[in-house]
Design a protein around this ligand. Sequence first.
Ligand code: ATP
Ligand code: ZN
Length: 290
Amino acid sequence: AAEKKFSAEVRDDNPYSRLMALQRMGVVDDYESIRFKSVAIIGVGGVGSVVAEMLTRCGIGKLLLFDYDKVELANMNRLFFRPEQQGMSKVEAAKQTLEGINPDTQIIPCTYNITTTDVWDTFSADLCMGGIDGRTPIDLLLCCVDNFQARLTVNLACLTYNIPWMESGVAENAVSGHIQLLLPGTSPCYECCPPLVVATGLPEAKRVGVCAASLPTTMGIIAGFLSQNTLKYLLNFGTVSEYVGYDAMNDHFPMISIKANPECRNDTCRSRQAEYAEKVAECGEAAHPL
Ligand code: ATP
Ligand code: ZN
């Protein structure tokens, strides 16, 4: 059996004690609850793989990894994957590395294209029963894909099953990126405000035949923001950011707060907004999920 590297026992040689120190220092009330959290990562590329490693090293209970692609040598200007993993599926390669880092984190490989219509039921079941106990939904979904269609599928699934999620992106020129929190009914859904997408220069429709630029630095920074926001959300400390942009040319980090669009073209988004409005009418501020 794999050695338990992250046991709750407080010992100097146990990485968990360093994390538990956050609790002793009053940053987090209950750090240990991270062991009971389950997060889905869609896209295990330049951003998703780094987020997976960070959360594994933080002692997360369970990660569901979604990606249909294989590791290529062309991926070596990013972090995480190694040349000898070339040809392996990204998800299997990630599972191997992550289990070696922390055997207490359960890694569930999901090696399919989430936009294919005939996997919708599988995708739905994976999200709705992906919780730590295998019966309840995942606690959070992180979208780390590089295309619009996959983001729309994530948006639809998260609205349908009421799953909180965070979106991330790095621009084709590799010098800007963003993270965004999407709480169904409360904050905007991915279809609520397309102008934001345009304004921040997201690689919307990937141009065919154009080799996009990528930098491990920009991807690592975005992965760091996404992982940090995930910890804050799951462990309930600090302020969970709604949107953080990153402009590498000027080291500028625009932060904005956006409301859901009452005229969103997505019907499910509008009904989630109505549900939330009802809750607010009933219990005021306490209705907010954060
Ligand atoms: P590049 O395209 O530049 O070679 P990449 O494909 O690794 O790099 P990244 O931005 O690093 O792109 O990562 C995005 C990841 O999201 C990829 O691994 C890709 O396979 C995955 N992905 C994109 N769309 C889907 C989808 N529909 N289902 C599952 N995984 C997806
Ligand atoms: Zn919407």
